[in-house]
Design a protein around this ligand. Structure first.
Ligand code: ASP
Ligand code: MG
Length: 419
Protein backbone atom coordinates (compact mmCIF):
# COMPACT_ATOMS: atom_id res chain seq x y z
CA UNK A 1 0.00 0.00 0.00
CA UNK A 2 1.32 3.40 -0.84
CA UNK A 3 0.20 6.99 -0.88
CA UNK A 4 -0.38 8.37 -4.36
CA UNK A 5 -1.35 11.92 -5.32
CA UNK A 6 -3.29 12.21 -8.57
CA UNK A 7 -3.87 15.50 -10.34
CA UNK A 8 -6.54 15.80 -13.04
CA UNK A 9 -6.49 18.73 -15.46
CA UNK A 10 -9.43 20.78 -16.68
CA UNK A 11 -10.07 18.64 -19.76
CA UNK A 12 -10.11 15.49 -17.62
CA UNK A 13 -12.72 17.16 -15.36
CA UNK A 14 -14.51 18.78 -18.32
CA UNK A 15 -17.98 17.19 -18.05
CA UNK A 16 -20.11 15.10 -15.73
CA UNK A 17 -19.24 12.07 -17.82
CA UNK A 18 -15.52 12.76 -17.51
CA UNK A 19 -15.77 13.37 -13.78
CA UNK A 20 -17.42 9.95 -13.50
CA UNK A 21 -14.51 8.48 -15.41
CA UNK A 22 -12.05 10.14 -13.04
CA UNK A 23 -14.02 8.66 -10.14
CA UNK A 24 -13.79 5.20 -11.72
CA UNK A 25 -10.02 5.56 -12.16
CA UNK A 26 -9.57 6.75 -8.58
CA UNK A 27 -11.80 3.96 -7.27
CA UNK A 28 -9.59 1.42 -9.04
CA UNK A 29 -6.46 2.69 -7.24
CA UNK A 30 -8.34 2.82 -3.95
CA UNK A 31 -9.64 -0.73 -4.39
CA UNK A 32 -6.06 -1.93 -4.98
CA UNK A 33 -5.23 -0.70 -1.48
CA UNK A 34 -3.60 2.64 -2.23
CA UNK A 35 -4.22 5.78 -0.24
CA UNK A 36 -5.23 8.38 -2.80
CA UNK A 37 -5.26 12.17 -2.61
CA UNK A 38 -6.83 13.74 -5.70
CA UNK A 39 -6.12 17.31 -6.79
CA UNK A 40 -8.50 18.45 -9.54
CA UNK A 41 -8.41 21.54 -11.73
CA UNK A 42 -11.58 23.45 -12.45
CA UNK A 43 -13.74 22.05 -15.27
CA UNK A 44 -12.19 23.15 -18.58
CA UNK A 45 -13.06 26.70 -19.54
CA UNK A 46 -14.37 27.53 -16.06
CA UNK A 47 -11.38 29.60 -14.88
CA UNK A 48 -11.47 31.57 -18.14
CA UNK A 49 -15.19 32.09 -17.73
CA UNK A 50 -14.78 33.40 -14.18
CA UNK A 51 -11.89 35.70 -15.08
CA UNK A 52 -13.93 36.93 -18.05
CA UNK A 53 -16.79 37.88 -15.74
CA UNK A 54 -14.35 39.76 -13.52
CA UNK A 55 -13.07 41.71 -16.53
CA UNK A 56 -16.64 42.60 -17.48
CA UNK A 57 -17.19 44.08 -14.04
CA UNK A 58 -13.92 45.98 -14.06
CA UNK A 59 -11.05 46.15 -16.53
CA UNK A 60 -8.66 45.78 -13.61
CA UNK A 61 -10.44 43.72 -11.00
CA UNK A 62 -9.23 43.88 -7.43
CA UNK A 63 -6.68 41.06 -7.06
CA UNK A 64 -8.01 39.75 -3.75
CA UNK A 65 -11.54 39.53 -5.12
CA UNK A 66 -10.33 37.95 -8.34
CA UNK A 67 -8.74 35.12 -6.34
CA UNK A 68 -11.87 34.75 -4.25
CA UNK A 69 -13.76 34.26 -7.52
CA UNK A 70 -11.28 32.09 -9.43
CA UNK A 71 -10.92 29.67 -6.51
CA UNK A 72 -14.58 28.68 -6.82
CA UNK A 73 -13.87 26.73 -10.03
CA UNK A 74 -11.82 24.12 -8.18
CA UNK A 75 -14.25 24.01 -5.30
CA UNK A 76 -17.02 22.98 -7.70
CA UNK A 77 -15.03 20.29 -9.51
CA UNK A 78 -13.70 18.86 -6.23
CA UNK A 79 -17.09 18.46 -4.64
CA UNK A 80 -18.54 16.94 -7.83
CA UNK A 81 -15.77 14.37 -7.86
CA UNK A 82 -16.38 13.54 -4.20
CA UNK A 83 -20.09 13.07 -4.96
CA UNK A 84 -19.29 10.80 -7.88
CA UNK A 85 -17.05 8.63 -5.69
CA UNK A 86 -19.59 8.47 -2.88
CA UNK A 87 -22.31 7.53 -5.38
CA UNK A 88 -20.08 4.61 -6.42
CA UNK A 89 -19.77 3.50 -2.81
CA UNK A 90 -16.24 4.86 -2.30
CA UNK A 91 -15.87 6.96 0.86
CA UNK A 92 -14.53 10.37 -0.15
CA UNK A 93 -14.25 13.89 1.20
CA UNK A 94 -13.29 17.13 -0.53
CA UNK A 95 -11.52 20.11 1.00
CA UNK A 96 -10.88 23.64 -0.16
CA UNK A 97 -7.27 24.82 0.19
CA UNK A 98 -7.99 26.78 3.37
CA UNK A 99 -9.53 23.78 5.08
CA UNK A 100 -6.40 21.64 4.70
CA UNK A 101 -4.66 24.19 5.08
CA UNK A 102 -2.42 25.06 2.13
CA UNK A 103 -0.49 28.11 3.40
CA UNK A 104 0.73 30.61 0.82
CA UNK A 105 2.19 34.10 0.74
CA UNK A 106 -0.15 37.01 -0.04
CA UNK A 107 0.80 37.60 -3.68
CA UNK A 108 -2.72 37.37 -5.09
CA UNK A 109 -3.04 35.69 -8.51
CA UNK A 110 0.50 34.30 -8.27
CA UNK A 111 0.89 33.17 -4.66
CA UNK A 112 3.58 30.73 -3.61
CA UNK A 113 2.97 27.77 -1.32
CA UNK A 114 4.87 28.07 1.97
CA UNK A 115 3.71 24.99 3.84
CA UNK A 116 0.91 22.45 3.96
CA UNK A 117 -0.66 20.88 7.05
CA UNK A 118 -1.13 17.18 6.49
CA UNK A 119 -2.94 16.08 9.67
CA UNK A 120 -6.51 16.41 8.46
CA UNK A 121 -5.82 14.68 5.16
CA UNK A 122 -3.86 11.90 6.91
CA UNK A 123 -6.75 11.32 9.30
CA UNK A 124 -9.16 10.81 6.40
CA UNK A 125 -6.78 8.56 4.52
CA UNK A 126 -6.26 6.43 7.60
CA UNK A 127 -10.04 6.16 7.90
CA UNK A 128 -10.08 4.67 4.39
CA UNK A 129 -11.35 7.74 2.54
CA UNK A 130 -10.23 9.17 -0.77
CA UNK A 131 -9.30 12.80 -0.09
CA UNK A 132 -9.86 15.48 -2.70
CA UNK A 133 -8.05 18.78 -2.29
CA UNK A 134 -8.77 21.73 -4.57
CA UNK A 135 -5.87 22.62 -6.83
CA UNK A 136 -4.70 26.15 -7.62
CA UNK A 137 -5.53 27.73 -4.25
CA UNK A 138 -4.41 28.36 -0.71
CA UNK A 139 -4.75 30.76 2.16
CA UNK A 140 -2.43 33.51 3.38
CA UNK A 141 -1.48 34.39 6.95
CA UNK A 142 -4.47 36.72 7.24
CA UNK A 143 -6.99 34.13 6.13
CA UNK A 144 -7.42 35.45 2.59
CA UNK A 145 -7.93 33.01 -0.27
CA UNK A 146 -5.09 33.10 -2.81
CA UNK A 147 -4.48 31.44 -6.17
CA UNK A 148 -1.19 30.15 -7.56
CA UNK A 149 -1.21 31.43 -11.15
CA UNK A 150 -2.59 29.80 -14.28
CA UNK A 151 -1.89 26.09 -14.42
CA UNK A 152 -1.24 26.20 -10.68
CA UNK A 153 -2.95 22.96 -9.76
CA UNK A 154 0.12 21.07 -11.05
CA UNK A 155 2.04 22.85 -8.33
CA UNK A 156 -0.66 22.15 -5.73
CA UNK A 157 -0.45 18.45 -6.50
CA UNK A 158 3.33 18.25 -6.32
CA UNK A 159 3.41 20.32 -3.12
CA UNK A 160 0.79 18.08 -1.50
CA UNK A 161 2.73 15.00 -2.62
CA UNK A 162 5.87 16.49 -1.03
CA UNK A 163 4.09 17.40 2.21
CA UNK A 164 2.49 13.97 2.52
CA UNK A 165 5.60 12.04 1.51
CA UNK A 166 3.71 10.44 -1.39
CA UNK A 167 5.37 7.70 -3.37
CA UNK A 168 4.53 9.33 -6.69
CA UNK A 169 2.58 12.31 -8.00
CA UNK A 170 0.57 11.35 -11.08
CA UNK A 171 -0.38 14.22 -13.36
CA UNK A 172 -3.30 12.95 -15.45
CA UNK A 173 -3.79 15.10 -18.50
CA UNK A 174 -5.09 15.15 -22.07
CA UNK A 175 -1.74 14.10 -23.55
CA UNK A 176 -0.12 10.75 -22.84
CA UNK A 177 3.24 12.07 -21.69
CA UNK A 178 6.10 14.44 -22.42
CA UNK A 179 7.28 14.43 -26.02
CA UNK A 180 10.63 15.16 -27.63
CA UNK A 181 8.88 18.18 -29.10
CA UNK A 182 5.32 19.26 -29.88
CA UNK A 183 3.84 16.52 -32.12
CA UNK A 184 1.69 19.16 -33.83
CA UNK A 185 4.88 20.60 -35.28
CA UNK A 186 6.83 17.37 -35.71
CA UNK A 187 4.56 14.36 -36.24
CA UNK A 188 7.55 12.05 -35.64
CA UNK A 189 7.98 13.38 -32.09
CA UNK A 190 8.25 10.56 -29.57
CA UNK A 191 7.00 10.21 -26.06
CA UNK A 192 9.86 9.97 -23.58
CA UNK A 193 9.40 7.23 -21.00
CA UNK A 194 11.79 8.98 -18.61
CA UNK A 195 13.11 12.52 -18.42
CA UNK A 196 15.28 14.14 -15.76
CA UNK A 197 14.10 17.01 -13.59
CA UNK A 198 16.79 19.28 -14.94
CA UNK A 199 15.66 18.67 -18.50
CA UNK A 200 11.98 19.01 -17.64
CA UNK A 201 12.69 22.26 -15.85
CA UNK A 202 14.44 23.67 -18.92
CA UNK A 203 11.73 22.39 -21.27
CA UNK A 204 9.00 23.92 -19.10
CA UNK A 205 10.77 27.26 -18.82
CA UNK A 206 11.56 27.30 -22.55
CA UNK A 207 8.01 26.95 -23.74
CA UNK A 208 6.78 23.38 -23.25
CA UNK A 209 3.33 23.74 -21.70
CA UNK A 210 2.90 20.26 -20.25
CA UNK A 211 3.58 21.25 -16.63
CA UNK A 212 3.57 24.54 -14.76
CA UNK A 213 7.22 25.42 -14.26
CA UNK A 214 6.82 25.89 -10.53
CA UNK A 215 5.59 22.36 -10.10
CA UNK A 216 8.81 21.08 -11.66
CA UNK A 217 10.83 23.35 -9.38
CA UNK A 218 8.97 21.98 -6.38
CA UNK A 219 9.36 18.38 -7.45
CA UNK A 220 13.10 18.80 -7.88
CA UNK A 221 13.52 20.58 -4.56
CA UNK A 222 11.54 18.04 -2.54
CA UNK A 223 12.49 15.01 -4.64
CA UNK A 224 8.95 14.02 -5.60
CA UNK A 225 8.82 11.59 -8.54
CA UNK A 226 6.24 12.93 -11.00
CA UNK A 227 4.57 11.00 -13.82
CA UNK A 228 2.65 12.66 -16.65
CA UNK A 229 0.04 10.30 -18.11
CA UNK A 230 -3.23 10.23 -19.99
CA UNK A 231 -6.63 10.59 -18.37
CA UNK A 232 -8.32 9.74 -21.65
CA UNK A 233 -7.62 6.01 -21.64
CA UNK A 234 -10.30 3.58 -20.51
CA UNK A 235 -10.48 4.18 -16.73
CA UNK A 236 -10.64 0.44 -16.30
CA UNK A 237 -7.14 -0.01 -17.78
CA UNK A 238 -5.10 -2.49 -15.72
CA UNK A 239 -3.38 -0.81 -12.80
CA UNK A 240 0.02 -2.30 -13.61
CA UNK A 241 -0.18 -0.97 -17.14
CA UNK A 242 -1.27 2.45 -15.98
CA UNK A 243 1.51 2.59 -13.37
CA UNK A 244 4.14 2.29 -16.08
CA UNK A 245 2.54 4.50 -18.70
CA UNK A 246 3.28 8.12 -19.59
CA UNK A 247 6.54 9.90 -18.79
CA UNK A 248 8.33 9.60 -15.47
CA UNK A 249 10.18 12.73 -14.40
CA UNK A 250 12.91 11.67 -12.09
CA UNK A 251 16.45 12.23 -10.92
CA UNK A 252 19.38 11.77 -13.20
CA UNK A 253 21.12 9.43 -10.79
CA UNK A 254 18.02 7.23 -10.66
CA UNK A 255 18.00 6.75 -14.41
CA UNK A 256 19.56 3.61 -15.67
CA UNK A 257 19.72 4.67 -19.28
CA UNK A 258 22.61 6.52 -20.77
CA UNK A 259 21.71 10.18 -21.03
CA UNK A 260 20.75 11.26 -24.52
CA UNK A 261 22.85 14.14 -25.77
CA UNK A 262 19.72 16.03 -26.72
CA UNK A 263 16.42 14.93 -25.18
CA UNK A 264 14.00 17.52 -26.37
CA UNK A 265 13.38 20.66 -28.38
CA UNK A 266 11.39 23.56 -27.03
CA UNK A 267 10.22 26.67 -28.82
CA UNK A 268 8.35 29.81 -28.07
CA UNK A 269 7.01 32.84 -29.85
CA UNK A 270 6.91 34.73 -26.59
CA UNK A 271 10.04 36.76 -27.26
CA UNK A 272 10.50 40.36 -28.36
CA UNK A 273 13.90 41.69 -29.40
CA UNK A 274 15.26 45.20 -28.98
CA UNK A 275 18.46 46.64 -30.41
CA UNK A 276 20.07 49.92 -29.45
CA UNK A 277 22.37 50.91 -32.29
CA UNK A 278 25.57 52.93 -32.12
CA UNK A 279 25.74 53.29 -28.37
CA UNK A 280 29.02 54.96 -27.25
CA UNK A 281 31.09 52.10 -25.85
CA UNK A 282 31.97 53.12 -22.32
CA UNK A 283 32.19 51.15 -19.09
CA UNK A 284 28.77 50.76 -17.50
CA UNK A 285 26.75 50.78 -20.73
CA UNK A 286 25.16 47.40 -20.08
CA UNK A 287 24.17 48.51 -16.62
CA UNK A 288 22.76 51.83 -17.85
CA UNK A 289 20.59 49.96 -20.34
CA UNK A 290 19.47 46.97 -18.33
CA UNK A 291 19.40 48.54 -14.84
CA UNK A 292 16.18 50.49 -15.47
CA UNK A 293 14.64 47.43 -17.19
CA UNK A 294 15.34 45.28 -14.14
CA UNK A 295 14.07 48.05 -11.84
CA UNK A 296 10.76 47.91 -13.75
CA UNK A 297 10.58 44.18 -12.92
CA UNK A 298 11.01 43.11 -16.53
CA UNK A 299 13.01 39.91 -17.03
CA UNK A 300 15.66 40.06 -19.73
CA UNK A 301 16.29 36.75 -21.44
CA UNK A 302 19.09 36.92 -24.02
CA UNK A 303 21.71 39.63 -24.44
CA UNK A 304 24.11 40.33 -27.29
CA UNK A 305 26.67 43.09 -27.65
CA UNK A 306 28.56 43.81 -30.89
CA UNK A 307 31.50 46.16 -30.99
CA UNK A 308 32.14 48.18 -34.08
CA UNK A 309 35.38 49.79 -35.25
CA UNK A 310 34.00 53.25 -34.52
CA UNK A 311 34.06 52.72 -30.76
CA UNK A 312 30.33 52.23 -30.57
CA UNK A 313 28.37 49.12 -29.77
CA UNK A 314 25.09 47.58 -30.92
CA UNK A 315 23.33 46.22 -27.88
CA UNK A 316 20.48 43.70 -28.30
CA UNK A 317 18.34 41.89 -25.78
CA UNK A 318 15.07 40.00 -25.59
CA UNK A 319 12.18 40.20 -23.15
CA UNK A 320 8.89 38.36 -22.91
CA UNK A 321 6.45 39.74 -25.46
CA UNK A 322 3.98 40.75 -22.77
CA UNK A 323 6.61 43.22 -21.51
CA UNK A 324 7.44 44.57 -24.98
CA UNK A 325 5.38 47.75 -24.83
CA UNK A 326 6.69 48.78 -21.44
CA UNK A 327 10.26 48.02 -22.49
CA UNK A 328 9.87 50.05 -25.66
CA UNK A 329 8.57 52.99 -23.72
CA UNK A 330 11.46 52.86 -21.23
CA UNK A 331 13.96 52.68 -24.08
CA UNK A 332 12.43 55.52 -26.08
CA UNK A 333 11.81 57.94 -23.26
CA UNK A 334 14.55 57.19 -20.77
CA UNK A 335 17.30 54.71 -21.56
CA UNK A 336 17.97 55.54 -25.22
CA UNK A 337 18.54 59.26 -24.61
CA UNK A 338 20.55 58.57 -21.44
CA UNK A 339 23.09 56.29 -23.15
CA UNK A 340 23.15 58.26 -26.43
CA UNK A 341 21.84 55.44 -28.60
CA UNK A 342 21.73 56.17 -32.34
CA UNK A 343 18.58 54.20 -33.08
CA UNK A 344 16.23 51.83 -31.26
CA UNK A 345 14.93 48.85 -33.22
CA UNK A 346 12.05 46.73 -31.98
CA UNK A 347 11.43 43.31 -33.52
CA UNK A 348 8.51 41.21 -32.32
CA UNK A 349 8.72 38.71 -35.16
CA UNK A 350 11.30 36.51 -33.50
CA UNK A 351 11.12 33.07 -31.96
CA UNK A 352 13.34 31.15 -29.62
CA UNK A 353 14.25 27.53 -30.35
CA UNK A 354 16.16 25.50 -27.78
CA UNK A 355 17.75 22.09 -27.55
CA UNK A 356 17.87 20.51 -24.09
CA UNK A 357 19.77 17.49 -22.80
CA UNK A 358 21.81 16.53 -19.76
CA UNK A 359 24.20 14.69 -22.08
CA UNK A 360 25.38 18.10 -23.33
CA UNK A 361 27.46 18.35 -20.18
CA UNK A 362 29.76 15.60 -21.32
CA UNK A 363 29.60 15.94 -25.10
CA UNK A 364 31.45 18.67 -26.95
CA UNK A 365 30.19 20.03 -30.25
CA UNK A 366 26.46 19.78 -29.58
CA UNK A 367 25.89 23.50 -30.10
CA UNK A 368 27.84 23.48 -33.34
CA UNK A 369 25.78 20.53 -34.59
CA UNK A 370 22.74 22.68 -33.90
CA UNK A 371 24.19 25.62 -35.82
CA UNK A 372 25.08 23.35 -38.73
CA UNK A 373 21.56 21.95 -38.95
CA UNK A 374 20.13 25.47 -39.00
CA UNK A 375 22.61 26.72 -41.59
CA UNK A 376 21.79 23.80 -43.86
CA UNK A 377 18.23 25.09 -43.89
CA UNK A 378 19.43 28.62 -44.58
CA UNK A 379 18.15 29.86 -41.22
CA UNK A 380 19.96 32.88 -39.84
CA UNK A 381 20.74 32.88 -36.12
CA UNK A 382 20.23 36.27 -34.51
CA UNK A 383 21.22 35.50 -30.94
CA UNK A 384 22.59 32.55 -29.02
CA UNK A 385 22.60 31.64 -25.35
CA UNK A 386 23.87 28.50 -23.69
CA UNK A 387 23.84 26.89 -20.29
CA UNK A 388 25.11 23.57 -19.07
CA UNK A 389 22.24 21.56 -20.52
CA UNK A 390 20.67 23.77 -23.20
CA UNK A 391 21.44 25.93 -26.19
CA UNK A 392 18.90 28.49 -27.38
CA UNK A 393 18.83 30.57 -30.52
CA UNK A 394 16.68 33.48 -31.57
CA UNK A 395 15.59 33.32 -35.19
CA UNK A 396 13.03 34.90 -37.49
CA UNK A 397 9.61 33.69 -36.38
CA UNK A 398 8.67 32.50 -39.85
CA UNK A 399 11.37 29.79 -39.76
CA UNK A 400 10.50 28.48 -36.32
CA UNK A 401 8.71 25.28 -37.35
CA UNK A 402 11.30 24.51 -40.01
CA UNK A 403 14.04 24.91 -37.41
CA UNK A 404 12.31 22.61 -34.94
CA UNK A 405 11.83 19.93 -37.61
CA UNK A 406 15.43 20.19 -38.80
CA UNK A 407 16.82 19.91 -35.28
CA UNK A 408 14.55 17.02 -34.38
CA UNK A 409 15.94 15.16 -37.36
CA UNK A 410 19.55 16.21 -36.87
CA UNK A 411 19.60 14.90 -33.31
CA UNK A 412 17.71 11.73 -34.32
CA UNK A 413 14.97 12.32 -31.81
CA UNK A 414 12.55 10.45 -34.02
CA UNK A 415 14.52 7.27 -33.41
CA UNK A 416 13.85 4.92 -30.55
CA UNK A 417 16.80 4.87 -28.13
CA UNK A 418 17.72 1.81 -26.12
CA UNK A 419 16.54 2.38 -22.56
N1 ASP B 1 -7.96 26.22 -13.10
C1 ASP B 1 -6.69 26.90 -13.10
C2 ASP B 1 -6.36 27.37 -14.51
O1 ASP B 1 -7.13 27.19 -15.41
C3 ASP B 1 -5.59 26.10 -12.52
C4 ASP B 1 -5.24 24.85 -13.29
O2 ASP B 1 -6.04 24.37 -14.09
O3 ASP B 1 -4.16 24.32 -13.07
O4 ASP B 1 -5.33 27.96 -14.72
MG1 MG C 1 -2.59 22.46 -16.81
Amino acid sequence: MSLIVQKYGGTSMGSVERIRNVAKRVAKWHAAGHQVVVVPSAMSGETNRLLGLAKEISPRPDAREQDMLAATGEQASSSLLAMALIAMGVPARSYAGWQVAVHTDSAYTKARIKSIDSDRVKGDLDAGRVVIVTGFQGIDDNGNITTLGRGGSDTSAVAIAAAMGAEECLIFTDVDGVYTTDPRVVPEARRMSVVSFEEMFELASLGSKVLQIRSVEFAGKYRVPVRVLSSLTDPEIALEEEKNSGTLITFEEDQKMEAAVVSGIAFSRDEAKFTLRAVPDTPGVAYSILGPIAAANIDVDMILQNLSAQGTTDFSFTVNRIDADRTNELLETQIGPAVGAGEIVFDSKVAKVSIVGIGMRSHAGVASAMFRALSEEGINIQMISTSEIKTSVVIDEKYMELAVRALHKAFELDQEKAQ
